[in-house]
Design a protein around this ligand. Structure first.
Ligand code: PMP
Length: 433
């Protein structure tokens, strides 16, 4: 019996081939480091302030309001009140009629929306263009679908006034971008406003991408989760509103970012039925649907925002105002200690140049760890301040060109940002004394 059970030990490889090379994940390591060492965590992107009262009240009402069916399954592709109000909202934003049942689908966060896109639209051997720096999950998701990611970097131009750089100074080289399109290209992933830089793509930049998409018959997966977080009077322009793009674009959004409830994991896609029908196939055969009660509360949140659209009381007007102030505080704090901030036009992230700090961070002999990783680890361990190395948002081939930056998240309470400022001020005094 014993020898039989020994023989029964599995020896064949268990891991599916599609997981090869995608097992590493920056967040596992840096979330753990932040939890262990940080006094102030400006690393992972989530607000530490409460969501708006109207939203938590909507959730409480949904829980206690006597409709016990809100605890049961709802429609697989989206709770009807939510898809209806999303359709109404996006009709306004896009200036076209939308069918809530076929042009909208609710997902488990924008993350699952992305997963559905790649699984439904990318085949073995297809190429998918990804603009660097990028939200890190795009690359493994393309690979899991059997596709090949093709990277094209935003290239930094020196700032004109010689002082702070803006995320707008990071631009695509039009010839380089065009060279990445071929008959193998199935899709391009666009993330505007962009995580991690905070870049908000201009109409001209979007027009260039749109032209190439039309010319080469390519899809656009448009990750717009930070659509409301745009500063200094800038405007978020929707790729799907450009000529020829509606028919080939999937818009992705997130209640997590929109209403400051990242833990609810409610996301959505908006697009033409001819694309969404395939996303529905992936969704119904994997996740089926996302928590009914959270969808109900998000639907009520959108109803309120629809009523107050463009008015000063609207959360979509108030949140960016508050975040812009927070951005400006963090800019001042970082500048004080000599970390040169790149002013973000959108999102709640800010990238700063740390090239002046090389003498602070001890060299690790024989380590091939990039400087920004070593810096971020050293900073959280020695200063108690957590941030994320920028090279984590680049492909293996390009990451060594971008190791002088780290990313901070400023969606934080005043007290958190003050505590970060105290750390930076103290650090500055130590440096100068
Ligand atoms: N896209 C981008 C660009 C993001 O930054 C994030 C979250 N950090 C997501 C998608 C995922 O959003 P969700 O939390 O709704 O899944």
């Amino acid at each position: 019996f014993l020898s039989h059970s020994l023989q029964a030990k599995m020896s064949r490889p268990v891991q599916a081939r599609r997981l090869e090379g995608i097992d590493k994940n920056i967040w596992v390591e840096f979330v753990k480091l932040a939890a262990t060492y940080s006094k102030v965590n400006l690393g992972q992107g989530f607000p530490d302030f409460p969501p708006p009262d109207f939203l938590t009240e909507a959730l409480t009402r949904a829980l206690g309001g006597g409709n016990h069916m809100l605890h049961q399954y709802t429609r697989a592709f989206g709770h009807p009140p939510l898809v209806k109000v999303l359709a109404q909202f996006f009709e306004k934003l896009l200036g076209r009629d939308l069918d809530p049942m076929t042009n909208v689908m609710v997902t488990v966060g924008a993350y699952q929306a992305l997963f559905c896109c790649f699984q439904a639209l990318v085949d073995e051997g297809d190429e998918v263009i990804i603009i660097e720096p990028f939200f890190d999950c795009y690359e493994p998701m393309v690979k899991m679908a059997g596709g090949t990611p093709v990277f094209v970097p935003l290239r930094p131009n020196p700032p004109k006034d010689g002082k702070w750089m803006s995320s707008a100074d990071w631009q695509l080289d039009p010839a380089e971008l065009a060279s990445k399109f071929s008959e193998r290209t199935k899709a391009i992933v666009l993330n505007s406003p962009n995580n991690p830089l905070g870049k908000v793509f201009s109409r001209g930049e979007l027009g260039l991408i749109a032209e190439l998409c039309v010319k080469h018959d390519v899809l656009c997966i448009s990750d717009e989760v930070y659509e409301w977080l745009v500063y200094d009077g800038k405007q978020h322009i929707r790729m799907a509103s450009l000529q020829g793009m509606w028919d080939r674009t999937v818009i992705i959004g997130s209640a997590g970012k929109t209403f400051s409830v990242t833990g609810w994991k409610v996301g959505w896609v908006v697009g033409p039925d001819r694309l969404l029908q395939h996303l529905r196939t992936v969704h119904q055969n994997s996740v089926y649907h996302c928590a009914t009660i959270a969808q109900e509360a998000v639907a009520q949140g959108f109803q309120r925002e629809l009523m107050l659209y463009g008015k000063p009381e609207s959360y979509f007007v108030q949140l960016p105002k508050e975040l812009q102030e927070k951005r400006d505080w963090l800019v001042q704090s970082l500048d004080g200690v000599g970390m040169k901030p790149i002013i973000p036009e959108g999102t709640y992230f800010l990238v700063a140049d740390i090239s002046q700090f090389k003498s602070d961070v001890p060299d690790v002999p024989n380590s091939d760890e990039p400087y920004d990783y070593r810096f971020a680890k050293w900073m959280v361990k020695n200063k108690g301040l957590a941030a994320i190395p920028l090279s984590a948002f680049y492909s293996e081939a390009h990451k060594n060109n971008y190791t002088n930056f780290i990313r901070f998240c400023f969606a934080k309470e005043e007290a958190t940002l003050k505590a970060a400022n105290d750390i930076l001020q103290k650090w500055k005094q130590e440096k100068t004394s």
